[in-house]
Design a protein around this ligand. Structure first.
Ligand code: ADP
Ligand code: MG
Length: 703
């Protein structure tokens, strides 16, 4: 039973996470994905840039690890050996560092010499070297670049390095060996900056994943042993001492502690937990010790699921990214055309080379994902789980906000405030009847009724038949009598009682109770509104959300009372399917709709919205799954925050794209008209990447 995570080999489908190294561009993931998916027996392959891995579902009878590895290598990337001895890696790292340092120093000297000569600062030194020396240097230095170009060419692909290599050859043809070498140097520098750029954007996600607990203090045969987390199973008991990380999701069986949940909720104010309470993996106990019975371990914890969703976020691409990708695909042939035209019109090989060297298409592909990666990672650290750039994009364009009432605008913990029996029944009889009918309902109102019966020490009678009527109430058969508890619409005669109108206009939720169709009384429940809502709504209005509307299954007057207090619109008496219809209706009228709910009984409406935001989703799997954005902390303040994050992200994306476009336009024109020497064109290669990096880094430091 504990082994739910093992590969499902019985259905002959295995899932494997394969680390893939060497991917530094969004288009790289596509190449690896295609190569893996092309293998017979591979069902799905998802390649994630942020976590540098491929998640492959395959039939182990048809493909094995070697085939998968081969497919990755084939695409031009590496699968690192799992048992690489750390000592040997350190050794090769060292030699690589020495080589790189040497290369950088050599390249810089060369660049100074060439630029110096060009500016006439000193005599031509470079022309004295015989060409075979240059050829050797060029090949040695440019090897990785040439290799990737040839590999791509063999598969009929043209990459941005292809154009640059052609430009470089043009320089060689006219005898500009030194320029060619400088070009190679800057191509390598460009590759490196690109790598650093993705690396930085990935860091937020990686930092988060690094918070995962590694070991646990397991209680085994009465004594405590420290074991790797992989050995802990669901149902095991673990002990957490002060200052230690909680290794599992679980229920506290003994002890008491203040627990810092920042890793999950982003909130650093610790909370008190004691026996019976719930704790989450990756949080930590500050004061006091806990004995915990594990209900989830590893990937099967809230923290594990959050990490997985954040890692997968990049597969939900923003539309603007698709446009940019398409554009960069058309861009290379266009540049080749401009180069050809330049050569035909001016017969200037250097200008032609410069055109080929200045165009860098990878920046178009990087502009969006780098910003998204940075935002999603930074947000996750603050308790905001965003499932992809797609949702940030939609959120930035949103103009309608729909909110659920119970559990969203209110705490979702209603309490029975009034008990109004009709005719011949007593208050206790009424409560007992309602409580028995509600015994098996999961609705917050059912909980309120049950609590009221417990506090009056009433014993409930078990219902024989029970039926939940979503959005309306419940119906149960108790000792041969059919009892209905639910909204006044379910028992229309109850509406005529004079107290009903009065209680409703106080903003209370009414539950009418009927016995065999005859109304026997009403109960009123009041739920505490979340205090931070008015301020959050104000901020949202300032952010330009024109329409905010409350959607509720509750009655007209209750809805009006709450909506009036918050100064928002409302629609009452909605069944769950009506809520979906409202969302659809706004969408067909061209609005981008955001829906905020608790993710439990409004999951379908959340899924229908352009962006579904679930409130307080930590620990509720349904909400984590259903929503596009999950707020891991129950705090309305996060709602305007996530809107602001979306706006800021899209501004950065637009900035990145605008900068790249402007850079390429200016560069191309200067180059085509011969104002840009090839060496300079190559030297400016890294600028767009660096610009994108600098601009996107702003998103890592969110307030
Ligand atoms: P909301 O839209 O506020 O989240 P629901 O759609 O869950 O509310 O329910 C709408 C109305 O249906 C409630 O206000 C209540 O009158 C009635 N109702 C639903 N479930 C129950 C239940 N288990 N017991 C009593 N009344 C219920
Ligand atoms: Mg609800």
């Amino acid at each position: 039973m504990a082994d739910m995570t093992a590969p499902q080999s019985r259905q002959s489908v295995s899932t494997l996470e394969l680390p893939v190294h060497g991917m530094d561009c969004a288009s790289c993931t596509k190449k690896v994905q295609k190569s893996l998916a092309a293998l017979p027996g591979v069902q799905t392959a998802e390649v994630l840039l942020s976590s540098e891995k491929a998640v492959v579902q395959f039939d182990p009878q048809q493909v094995d690890l070697d085939d998968l590895r081969h497919a990755v290598t084939e695409a031009g990337y590496r699968v690192p050996e799992p048992e690489a001895a750390p000592a040997s890696t350190a050794g090769s790292d060292l030699s690589r560092t020495i080589l790189r340092t040497f290369g950088i120093v050599f390249g810089m000297v060369l660049a100074i010499v060439v630029v110096g000569e060009w500016l006439g600062l000193f005599e031509a030194v470079t022309s004295r070297l015989p060409w075979p020396v240059w050829a050797v240097f060029l090949t040695a230095f440019g090897w990785p670049v040439f290799r990737s170009v040839v590999r791509a060419a063999l598969k009929g692909q043209v990459i941005s390095h292809t154009l640059m290599t052609v430009g470089l050859l043009a320089a060689v043809v006219v005898g500009e060996w030194a320029a060619a070498l400088v070009v190679v140097f800057f191509m390598r520098v460009g590759d490196y900056t690109e790598k650093v750029t993705t690396e930085r954007a990935r860091r937020a996600v990686k930092d988060l994943a690094a918070l995962a607990p590694q070991t646990a203090r397991l209680v085994r045969d009465g004594s405590e042993v420290e074991v790797p987390i992989a050995e802990v199973r669901r149902g095991d008991t673990v002990v957490v001492r002060p200052g230690e990380k909680v290794p599992v999701d679980g229920e506290v069986v003994a002890g008491q502690a203040t627990v810092n949940q920042a890793a999950i909720t982003g909130e650093s104010m610790p909370i008190e937990v004691e026996a019976g309470g719930k704790v989450f993996a990756a949080t930590f106990a500050q004061l006091g010790s806990l004995r915990i019975k594990a209900t989830g371990v590893g990937r099967d914890t809230t923290f594990g699921r959050v990490i997985k969703l954040v890692e997968e976020a990049e597969t939900h691409r923003a539309e603007v990214q698709g446009v940019a990708d398409k554009f960069s695909a058309y861009y290379l042939p266009v540049v080749a055309g401009i180069a050809m035209l330049t050569f035909v019109l001016s017969r200037d090989a250097l200008a032609t080379a410069a055109v080929l060297l200045v165009a860098c298409s990878c920046s178009f592909a990087l502009a969006t994902p780098i910003a998204m990666l940075a935002s999603v990672g930074a947000a996750a650290k603050r308790g905001l789980l965003i499932k992809g750039g797609k949702y940030l994009e939609a959120l930035a364009n949103a103009d309608v906000l729909l909110v659920d009432k119970t559990g969203t605008l209110t705490f979702g913990k209603p309490q029975i405030t009034d008990v109004v029996p009709f005719a011949d029944v007593t208050a206790d009889d009424l409560l007992r009847l309602a409580g028995s009918a509600e015994r098996d309902s999961e609705h917050p109102l059912a909980e309120a009724v049950r609590q009221a019966t417990t506090s009056r020490h009433l014993t409930l009678r078990p219902p024989n038949r029970f039926e939940a009527l979503p959005g309306r109430g419940v119906r149960a058969v108790i000792e041969g009598v059919t009892v209905t508890v639910g909204s006044v619409r379910l028992v229309p005669e109850a509406a005529e009682h004079p107290r009903v109108k009065e209680l409703e206009s106080q903003g209370k939720t009414l539950l009418a109770v009927a016995r065999d169709g005859v109304p026997v009384g009403v109960l009123a429940a009041a739920d505490t509104p979340r205090p931070e809502v008015p301020e959050a709504l104000n901020k949202l209005k300032q952010l330009g959300i024109r329409r905010v509307e409350l959607l509720t299954g509750d009655n007209e007057r209750t809805a009006a009372a709450l909506a009036g207090r918050l100064d928002i619109g409302y629609r009452a008496n909605l069944l769950p399917e009506d809520k979906i219809a409202v969302v659809k209706d706004y969408q067909t009228r061209g609005h981008t709709v955001v829906m905020v709910g608790d993710g439990v009984n409004d999951a379908p409406a959340l899924a229908q919205a352009d962006v579904g935001i679930a409130m307080g989703a930590a620990g509720t799997d349904v909400a984590l799954e259903a929503a596009h954005i999950a707020l891991l902390r129950e705090d309305w303040g996060l709602v305007p925050q996530v809107f602001a994050v979306a706006r800021r992200t899209m501004r950065v994306v637009r900035g990145n794209l605008g900068f790249t476009i402007a850079y390429n336009l200016v560069g191309l024109s200067l180059a085509a008209f011969g104002f840009l020497p090839p060496v300079l064109a190559a030297a400016l290669q890294s600028i767009p990447d660096l610009g994108i990096l600098a601009n996107s880094s702003r998103l890592l430091k969110q307030r």
